[in-house]
Design a binder for this molecule. Structure first.
Ligand code: SAM
Length: 326
């Protein structure tokens, strides 16, 4: 078996976007003002998503994450979770959310069998949080509290690093996570959607933050994997908190352990976030579900999964990125 074959065989994790809409200025979808849910033809139905998941399970996928946009703006997400959990061969279903609607839905999600929640939290100061996301921090904190009370097996906080915008939030976020026993992950800003998102002046590398934390405390690598993604985890001995670093640009080994593919809300399979290749599955879902066609196309797309992302190609000016990321 070649290295490429074994790399692709280790892919077992599907991120399912259930909407591209968001009720906040999420960095992927801004500026999109959410005025209420609207079902559109473009969106895969839950039945179509479940059929795609079932085929992926036949091909060895075991772990699933519901995401978006903001998944909790779409009605019925707990039913979708329940449906995925019930498919024989599914090991775990998790969710990524901005947390603003979590408080009201956490119990239903837990009851449906959701195994873990990642909550985006780019700041812990309400004003700063509002400046970055346009949302109300209080709602997110209520969501996190509800999830903790319900005893979800895994709750992680995701902070996207933004130079000059949330650098001063890092220490308070560490305290917040430490006090609640939550894992805090720092995500490097990626040039997704548009290169405008990432500019030399707002890029703050995960390696820079790691060096900063190393000066404050001892960072002990956490042996066992705490998730399915490319995050590198450490325990801060004195502070008593586990932190993760996700450095798509500065971590040169970022893609080596990549085990995921993405299903977009409009039914395309995207084998790599940092590569624009997408394959439309809708011809195999509509007007009727063609399981064989779906399976062949899924497998073919899996075989084409790039060994490395091309984020660095989008980043301009390239030299500055290399300097920042080094
Ligand atoms: N709406 C949900 C949320 O806020 O978590 C789920 C979708 S969001 C796209 C998933 C994660 O990607 C969040 O942690 C978000 O902060 C992060 N993210 C968004 N834009 C990003 C970017 N340009 N670079 C890196 N991470 C980003």
């Amino acid at each position: 078996m070649s290295c490429q074959d074994s790399f692709r065989r280790s892919v077992h994790y599907l991120r399912i976007s259930v909407t591209d809409r968001c009720n906040e200025r999420c960095l992927y979808c801004f500026p999109r003002d959410f005025v209420g849910w609207r079902e559109t033809e473009d969106l895969l139905s839950y039945e179509e998503i479940l059929a795609t998941v079932a085929v992926s399970v036949e091909l060895g996928f075991t772990d699933f994450r519901i995401t978006g946009g903001e998944p909790l703006v779409r009605p019925g997400v707990p039913d979708l979770v329940r449906g995925v959990v019930k498919i024989p061969g599914v090991r775990s279903v998790r969710l990524s959310t901005n947390g603003t609607r979590l408080a009201g839905l956490a119990a239903q999600l837990r009851e449906a069998g959701l195994a873990g929640i990642n909550v985006s939290l780019d700041a812990i100061d309400p004003k700063r949080y509002y400046e970055i996301t346009g949302g109300q921090l209080g709602l997110v904190l209520q969501g996190i509290d509800a999830a903790r009370r319900l005893g979800f097996p895994s709750i992680k906080l995701n902070t996207v690093l933004l130079r000059h915008r949330n650098e001063d939030q890092i220490e308070p976020l560490l305290d917040f996570a430490a006090q609640r026993g939550l894992i805090l992950r720092f995500i490097e800003l990626m040039p997704v959607t548009s290169r405008e998102v990432l500019r030399p002046e707002n890029f703050l590398s995960a390696s820079e933050i790691r060096r900063k934390l190393e000066k404050m405390d001892q960072l002990e690598p956490v042996g066992q994997s705490l998730g399915f993604g490319p995050a590198r985890y450490f325990r801060m001995g004195k502070r008593g908190v586990t932190v993760g670093f996700i450095g798509a640009l500065s971590d040169l080994h970022f893609c080596e352990q990549c085990n995921k593919m993405r299903l977009t809300a409009d039914g395309r399979l995207r084998p790599c976030l940092g590569n624009q290749m997408e394959v439309d599955l809708r011809p195999f879902l509509r007007p009727a579900i063609d399981r064989e066609g779906l399976r062949e196309t899924f497998l073919d797309t899996l075989r084409k999964k790039p060994l490395e992302h091309s984020f660095r190609d989008y980043y301009e000016p390239e030299r500055t990125m290399t300097a920042l990321g080094g």
